[in-house]
Design a protein around this ligand. Structure first.
Ligand code: ATP
Ligand code: MG
Length: 456
């Protein structure tokens, strides 16, 4: 009675709290996972571990996708075996990571990540002054591993042998309700790892799920905490978001949650400037379509598109100040890449692809002599050409230039010759005086092809 009274005063709900150390166990007829969607290599890993006496489950995003009837793109495995014990069981297994070791098990091209159950050390782990967890390496029992995961729908375990799903946090119900719910106290979980705010947005947009109120509410206030996360980690998460096949929806949702503002310099640039929006929208749509069609997407192309508007602005300014077009473009590219590399940890390979794509653009204007043939041989011609077409479609430049290049690209030898002849009559950019050569480094960068990147 007194207990009940105290609970009432403290505002504790009377509903008996579920014991979070015991999972709800669902059989195949309850969860309806199609065993054919489970990769045979994932089964090889779990069964080898189980035969050696360990617990082993498919976990995380793969279980979520299986429950949604979607074939997972990769399978993560969780086990109570230590990394050393895992490694010993497989011929091609590598322990990676210094702080928290995981094991990569390879079968041909297929890579599976095997992680030892993590302990609930997050609370006591070393943190930065904002409360972000810096390190925590503790192993623990399965229910603590479940507690450490981000959202209820990502905290389920599937055992291919028994075909049972273990659900510690009501993930099944949330899948049915299409709801994203963070595990634990939302403010605390975002503080420990602010990247979870980006993740919830990505999952909401990608899965078409709603965000449960208390999971969503703190985001607007806590968004600036992302600034303390190492740039490389934010970049990785951004890349996942942009390559998710739902990039446009993700960016719209980021904006809705107030997560773009002052958060990523890149997004400020992209989302705050309606002028570049048409171009960016087209670029993201085409990226999303490629991902959905199972085609590859180059991060360089993506970022080159997202930042093109900024490049054009600076390019125009340098030209207005008297620079010739091509050097002006290089200066503009340098400026944009410098600022973004610093803040966004743009990887060098990506930055060099972006520079290639941008610096090809004025070269498309030369439609006579040997120039077009030389451009066709550029290793990244296809990316540069696709980029040119986007510029045409967005209305930035005349459609006619894109059509000319399509005809030239697809034409046979004589068609190409005749296109060149007709162009001689129409001068436009073609007769422009050759731009003065710049210093060797930048000059080499402009022509950089595979060789330019191979130092990576
Ligand atoms: P995707 O389909 O995009 O790979 P995913 O859920 O598998 O989605 P991963 O980044 O591969 O995402 O992470 C695998 C699992 O690890 C997640 O499902 C979640 O359980 C856990 N996890 C990942 N990142 C975090 C995080 N920042 N905080 C807590 N748990 C996380
Ligand atoms: Mg995953």
């Amino acid at each position: 009675m007194i207990k009940k009274f105290i609970r009432k005063i403290l505002g504790v709900k009377d509903k008996p709290a579920r014991d979070l150390t015991e999972p709800i166990v669902l059989g195949p007829e309850e969860h309806g996972i199609d065993p054919k969607l489970v990769s045979s290599n994932a089964i090889r890993v779990t069964s080898s571990l189980q035969e050696a006496g360990f617990k082993a489950f498919v976990v995380g995003g793969a279980v979520r996708d299986l429950l949604l009837g979607v074939k997972p793109k990769d399978f993560d495995i969780a086990t109570d075996a230590t990394p050393e014990q895992v490694k010993r069981l497989f011929r091609r297994a590598f322990i990676i990571g210094k702080r928290f070791q995981i094991v990569h098990v390879m079968f041909g091209q297929d890579l599976l990540e095997v992680t030892t159950f993590r302990g609930a050390g997050e609370v006591n782990a070393p943190k930065d002054e904002h409360g972000r967890v810096l390190r925590d390496n503790s192993f623990g029992p399965q229910h603590e591993d479940a507690m450490r995961r981000d959202f209820t729908i990502n905290a389920m375990y599937y055992d291919p042998a028994t075909q049972q799903v273990l659900d510690y946090h009501g993930g099944i119900q949330d899948i049915r309700d299409k709801t994203l719910r963070i595990i634990g106290v939302p403010e605390a979980r975002y503080r420990e790892d602010p990247v979870r705010m980006l993740r919830v947005v990505r999952f909401a947009a990608r899965l078409g799920f709603g965000i449960e109120h208390s999971t969503q509410a703190p985001i607007a206030v806590m968004a600036p905490l992302i600034n303390n996360v190492p740039a490389a980690r934010v970049f990785d998460e951004m890349l996942k978001l942009l390559m998710s096949g739902h990039a446009l929806a993700c960016l719209q949702q980021l904006r809705k949650e107030g997560l773009h503002h002052g958060l990523l310099p890149l997004l400020d640039v992209v989302l705050e400037q309606p002028i570049g929006m048409k171009f960016v929208t087209l670029a993201l749509e085409s990226t999303d379509n490629r991902v959905k069609a199972g085609k590859g997407v180059s991060p360089g192309f993506l970022f080159a598109s997202l930042l093109w508007h900024q490049v054009v602005e600076k390019w125009t300014a340098y030209r207005a100040a008297g620079e010739s077009p091509i050097p002006a473009l290089h200066l503009a590219a340098d400026d944009v890449l410098d600022s973004q590399t610093e803040q966004l940890a743009l990887q060098r390979k990506i930055a060099s692809d972006m520079r290639d794509i941008w610096s090809m653009q004025p070269r498309f204007e030369r439609r006579s002599g040997k120039s077009p043939y030389k451009l066709l041989e550029h290793v990244r011609f296809r990316a540069g050409y696709d980029f040119l077409l986007l510029r045409c479609e967005s209305g930035e430049i005349d459609m006619e230039l894109g059509e000319w290049w399509t005809a030239f690209y697809e034409g046979d030898a004589s068609e190409r010759e005749s296109l060149l002849t007709s162009e001689r009559a129409a001068p436009a950019g073609a007769k422009r005086k050759r731009a003065p050569r710049r210093g060797p480094r930048k000059g080499a960068g402009a022509e950089a092809t595979a060789g330019g990147n191979s130092e990576e």
